[in-house]
Design a protein around this ligand. Structure first.
Ligand code: GDP
Ligand code: IMO
Ligand code: MG
Length: 424
């Protein structure tokens, strides 16, 4: 296998973790390159279900180096809980490495996120309340604490003196929230240092050098349509899930990336607010939610469901440079008589047809999907392992998606388990 990025090609929850875990069999190193514990990544192996948030999805093998890169944001208590749970389940974490350049989510970040979710009515994001946007805001504003800062007392003290006065002023005067004393922050940092100590990789440059000639898998969180630059802004997350983020978030330049696998569900889901042109608010949407168990891994919120949108897939293929698609949850359609694919959008105001994704999401309320209808296969797919054994109507459906996306499908997933996979 070549060095590969696994990227979500929709609004997250496409099944990236299943595909990462699967491909990690042939990798030496798995790098999580962005996001934080807003991610909920489910891996099913040997009948056991693992829900990962910050730890890369290659961890179950035990012998793969799993590196959490500089592009991530880390909520220490969440990291502690996740690593403890994995250890209790017998997973070897000796190869789990955390970049000292990763950014720390402080309690005031989650407090402000919660404040915004509770207070803002018009234009609310529907975030995961994990302080993601606030941590990345501070990172970009150059006033965040990095994991590595915890390991040098003088640097830490100096940074807190710089950050805290302004932070407190904003917390108090803008949000009406509690201020923090330097002692409180130092106390928290002492606790965080203990949590991170077994994993922090001070010699990360050496680690990257050592792995340069090995096989690397880059694991994205969220998806292209939640990307801060290319997603449905402002209803997005605050990092770059697109494949380009794999470079900035890992420390490996673009020349190290050979393949980009875009993970797409055979339909679409979205959690949180924001436009969703093929959303189904009817019985079909409910049926997709129930059969596909579409409830958030991190927040338990019901996911909004809709038909597959080829406009989005084409867009994802462009901005992430997809070399192939992993199409997941195809089995969810086993009992459907008809399956629709959205091929374009139509503006109800003037009949204009959009074949490319209109990035101004405020006009999406005027857009309706143009659908084509495919015959369902009415066959159980979950036990099929070879492409040739798939029903003809399913093959036609896959072919049509390839044609519309302009990218070949390399993997068809017919169930949550590692084994329930067809390689093409
Ligand atoms: P991620 O965030 O992209 O890693 O995806 P999630 O783990 O949040 O959500 C995907 C869900 O679909 C998980 O519950 C997976 O176990 C499940 N899943 C993945 N692939 C398939 C598949 O092909 N068929 C079915 N039925 N479930 C799948
Ligand atoms: P994985 O990696 C689906 C959504 C939130 C919200 C928006 C911003 O499991 O695919 P944030 O907390 O990031 O500030 O919220 O992004 N969101 C996700 N939706 N899957 C995810 O991750 C998500 N991470 C964030 O619901 O709409
Ligand atoms: Mg998820």
């Amino acid at each position: 296998m070549k060095n590969t990025v696994v990227v979500g090609a929709q609004w997250g929850d496409e099944g990236k973790a299943k595909i990462t875990d699967l491909l990690a069999q042939k990798a030496d190193m798995v790098i999580r390159y962005q996001g934080g514990c807003n991610a909920g990544h489910t891996v099913v192996y040997n009948g056991e279900t693992y829900k990962l948030h910050l730890v890369p999805s290659g961890i179950l093998y035990g012998n793969k180096i799993c590196f959490i890169g500089a592009g991530t944001v880390i909520l220490p208590e969440y990291f502690e809980q996740e690593t403890n749970e994995l250890k209790e389940r017998g997973i070897n974490l000796l190869n789990l490495k955390l970049s000292p350049l990763a950014t720390i989510t402080m309690p005031y970040h989650t407090e402000v996120d919660g404040w915004a979710e509770d207070t803002i009515k018009k234009g609310k994001i529907g975030s995961t309340r994990k302080g993601i946007g606030q941590t990345y805001t501070d990172k970009m504003a150059r006033c965040a604490l990095k994991v590595g800062d915890l390991f040098d007392e003088e640097t830490l003290s100096e940074k807190i003196d710089i950050i805290l006065p302004l932070k407190n002023k904003i917390l108090k005067e803008v949000y009406g929230l509690k201020e923090y004393s330097k002692e409180e922050i130092l106390g928290l940092c002492k606790k965080y240092k203990k949590i991170f100590e077994p994993y922090v990789c001070e010699n990360w440059q050496e680690l990257l050098y050592t792995c340069k000639n090995k096989t690397i898998l880059f694991e994205g969180a969220q998806g292209v349509m939640l990307d801060i630059d290319y997603g449905t802004y402002p209803f997005v997350t605050s990092s770059n899930p697109i494949a380009g983020g794999a470079s900035t978030g890992s420390g490996y330049g673009p020349s190290m990336i050979n393949e980009v696998v875009g993970v797409s569900k055979a339909y679409l889901t979205r959690v949180g607010e924001g436009p969703f042109i093929t959303e189904l608010s009817d019985e079909t949407g409910k049926k997709l939610r129930e059969i596909g168990h579409e409830y958030g891994t991190t927040t338990g919120r019901p996911r909004r469901c809709g038909w597959f949108d080829a406009v989005i897939t084409r867009y994802a293929a462009l901005v992430s440079g997809l070399t192939s698609i992993a199409l997941t949850k195809v089995d969810v359609f086993d009992d459907f008589d008809e399956i629709k694919i959205c091929t374009a959008y139509k503006d109800i105001r003037n009949g204009k047809i959009y074949n490319h994704y209109p990035t101004n999401v405020f006009i999406h309320k005027y857009l309706e999907p143009v659908y084509e209808t495919h015959k369902g296969w009415k066959t159980k797919l979950s036990d099929i392992r070879n492409y040739n054994d798939l029903p003809q109507s399913c093959k036609e459906y896959l072919k049509r998606i390839e044609e519309l996306a302009g990218v070949p499908i390399s993997i068809v997933s017919v169930g949550p388990d590692r084994e329930q996979t067809i390689f093409i």
